[in-house]
Design a protein around this ligand. Structure first.
Ligand code: UDP
Ligand code: MG
Length: 316
């Protein structure tokens, strides 16, 4: 039996919190009854600098039931950092953490399945959206295009998985070794390693309140999702430079043929050639400088190079 924390980030979720807490406590009760989790398992709300009554509702829920706890962040730091704050707070107190959005759009029936999969030896269990019918068309389309773009940039993530997942204590300790600031958990967590599994998550509509992900927040997340993991955009500059250089040679041949045939305007050939040649040299140069900056950027993150799972070394 494990001690579980359900971590849920909230930003202006006053309409949703009571409903959400009621359902999560009901779920914990049933899991305790089935002997899956211990009686001291709890819900941890992370108030991400809400401007509404969210925090006072969390305090009130806590007064009514000690299994509902909360932390309140000093200001709004965004979904990803709020989840991280919750996980790092729960780490050390529990055997595993489930992260789920406060609007409970994810299927909470996946949580007992996640616990079972953990008991079977998986350290990370990803909730994977099997149907996005409930998502507005635009959201679904932009999300899917983004996943594809990310893949083409070489970022490894779990397709159609957002931040509904279970992490065991070892995985949480692994995550704590990543010290970077611009975090994108969907890219970071697969880097930890360990055996993982997925569960099918049928998502539903948001019942109360509006989406807290503004377009700006969504674009920022997408941008971080690519630039925190891939320096391919920089490499593309070098490729463009090389293509321009090839074009410069094609232009050279074209100019020579034109000169031989006698169709040319004086000065045109040298001008055309220099434009393409200088253009390609500059672009390649930017690409090369960029490649070094890209490496420095990756070094700067000081990511762990390995995480040891088991060891047979004796203490002395
Ligand atoms: N959230 C947060 N900080 C923010 C924005 C959102 O903690 O700056 C929380 C929000 O309260 C919710 C979760 O992140 O629990 C996901 O947000 P939302 O449901 O609005 O996003 P959507 O499902 O529309 O993508
Ligand atoms: Mg939502």
């Amino acid at each position: 039996m494990i001690r579980l924390a359900i971590v849920s980030p909230c930003y202006n979720e006053e309409e949703m919190l009571r409903v959400s807490a009621g359902r999560l406590i009901e779920l914990l009760d049933s899991m305790v009854k089935e002997g899956k989790v211990s009686t001291d398992s709890f819900v941890l709300y992370v108030n991400d600098g809400s401007l509404d009554a969210s925090w006072s509702i969390i305090e009130e829920l806590h007064a009514g039931d000690k299994r509902i706890s909360g932390i309140s962040l000093a200001h709004n730091v965004g979904h990803q950092n709020a989840i991280l704050a919750g996980m790092m707070t729960a780490r050390g107190m529990v055997d595993g953490v489930v992260t789920i959005d406060a609007d409970l759009q994810d299927d909470i029936r996946c949580i007992p399945q996640m616990v079972d999969l953990y008991e079977q030896g998986n350290e990370i269990i990803y909730g994977v959206k099997v149907s996005r019918e409930a998502d507005p068309v635009l959201k679904r389309m932009t999300a899917q295009t983004f996943y594809k773009l990310q893949e083409s940039m070489g970022v490894q993530t779990v397709y159609n998985h957002a931040d509904f997942r279970f992490m065991g204590r070892k995985a949480l300790d692994g995550l704590a070794l990543f010290e970077e600031r611009n975090i994108y958990l969907r890219g970071l967590i697969p880097l930890i390693g360990y055996k993982s599994a997925t569960v099918d998550d049928v998502i539903s509509n948001r019942e109360h309140g509006k989406s807290k992900y503004t377009l700006r927040k969504m674009l920022n997340l997408a941008f971080d999702g690519i630039t925190s993991f891939s320096i391919r955009p920089i490499q593309i500059i070098t490729v463009i430079g090389v293509v321009m250089l090839i074009l410069a040679f094609a232009m050279l041949i074209y100019v020579l043929v034109s000169v031989i045939m006698g169709h040319y305007v004086p000065g045109w050939s040298s001008l055309m050639l220099s434009v393409w040649f200088i253009g390609s040299v500059l672009t390649i140069a930017i690409g090369v400088v960029g490649t070094y900056i890209g490496k420095m950027y990756m070094e700067m993150k000081r990511r762990p190079r390995y995480i040891i799972d088991r060891s047979l070394l004796s203490d002395n």
